[in-house]
Design a protein around this ligand. Structure first.
Ligand code: NAD
Ligand code: UDP
Length: 321
């Protein structure tokens, strides 16, 4: 049987780089694509020289040209952290819309199966809890987060249109807050933010009163769920996340315990449209994929903290964003 070939966009990012590792280790030939707008070549440096990996620097909002066959396309290119997509709102909309359209066109021309990285943000500030895939969501189209949420909702819509109209094989993963090594320390998301603050001896900044909740999934579980979904025959969206929910205030205390620091929690304004609660209902993933998370928060956070501790002083204090 010939070696399967997969294109992964967003390859130099957090999730994309872990997916490259997974597919290389499963025996695929991986083409990683990225324009480094929020990613880092360091995340895939260890794959340089691997005969089963090739990197292409390219902005996927422009026409994508790949020579040879492709079996799968995983479209993960997109800013993912609120401060990233607030800083580059137009690029965020473009990569979710034009970028997805280019990937779908490529998938069609190659006869490849396409998986898109959607998000729990399609549920907006949810009025249904926990969130099931059949919930339509509560998104403020014109709010600052709308650039990300609506790009992802459009991405799902055009993907289903290609599936229904062109018969393209497609998969949609709705990813809930995922964390682990290779997150950018200064990307503004809560885990790198708190860990960086603890390591620099700064107080931990909780936004709002900290009663908002999130449910954090370790990266190896997320990658495993995505892999199983890609190889399944299920075209409708599937939530992949860890249902273990915690308030951000309690989470800050947990980080202080874990890092053994004596930092305090300080309170800052809650960003506009910050969802008040988020927890995946993973019944579908369990039933259809036989998947559920294996790594608890204590174990996952320890591995993540070990990674952040291994960064250099320069990286730790680099505040540029
Ligand atoms: P990330 O910022 O680490 O990675 C995104 C990568 O996409 C970066 O390397 C960036 O340079 C690249 N990129 C952005 N625009 C591009 C373009 N136009 N052309 C080529 N490359 C481009 O973010 P991440 O956490 O790894 O997220 C990856 C994907 O997963 C995103 O689509 C995101 O929306 C989705 N997602 C992630 C989470 C999470 O918790 N990490 C949750 C929900 C959804
Ligand atoms: N948050 C916080 N302090 C920070 C960064 C984030 O209290 O320094 C909060 C943020 O307001 C949100 C939660 O942590 O309620 C998760 O934020 P993140 O940006 O990680 O992800 P998202 O809001 O996209 O789930």
């Amino acid at each position: 049987m010939s070696q399967k070939r997969v294109l992964i966009t967003g390859a130099a990012g957090f999730l994309g780089s872990h997916l490259c590792d997974k597919f290389v280790s499963e025996g695929y030939f991986v083409i990683g694509m990225d324009n480094f707008i929020t990613g880092d070549s360091k995340n895939i440096a260890h794959l340089t020289g691997n005969s089963n990996f090739r990197f292409v620097e390219h902005d996927v909002t422009n026409y994508i040209n790949i020579e040879g066959d492709l079996d799968y396309i995983l479209h993960f290119a997109s800013p993912a952290s609120p401060i990233d997509y607030l800083k580059i709102p137009i690029q965020t909309l473009k990569v979710g819309s034009l970028g997805t359209h280019n990937c779908l066109g490529l998938a069609r021309s190659k006869g490849a199966r396409m998986l898109i990285a959607s998000t729990s943000e399609v549920y907006g500030d949810p009025l249904v809890h926990p969130q099931t895939e059949d919930y339509y969501g509560n998104v403020n189209t014109i709010g600052p987060r709308g650039v990300y949420d609506e790009a992802k909702r459009f991405q799902e819509a055009i993907t289903m249109a290609y599936h229904r109209f062109h018969g393209l094989e497609t998969r949609i993963v709705r990813i809930f807050n995922t964390y682990g090594p290779r997150m950018r320390l200064n990307d503004g998301r809560v885990i790198p933010a708190f860990m960086g603050q603890a390591l620099r001896g700064e107080d931990l900044t909780v936004f709002g009163d900290g009663s908002q909740t999130r449910s954090f999934c370790y990266v190896s579980d997320q990658v495993d769920g995505i892999y199983k979904l890609l190889l399944s025959d299920y075209a409708n969206p599937v939530n992949i996340g860890n249902p273990h929910e915690i308030s951000i205030k309690d989470f800050a205390e947990e980080i202080i315990q874990l890092t053994g620091t004596d930092q305090k929690v300080i309170y800052k304004d809650l960003p506009v449209d910050d969802p008040m609660q988020r927890q995946p209902d993973i019944t579908k993933a369990k039933d259809i994929l036989g998947w559920e998370p294996k790594v608890g928060r204590a174990e996952g956070m320890k591995k993540t903290f070990d990674y952040f501790k291994s960064l250099t002083e320069d990286e730790l204090y680099k505040s540029e964003h």
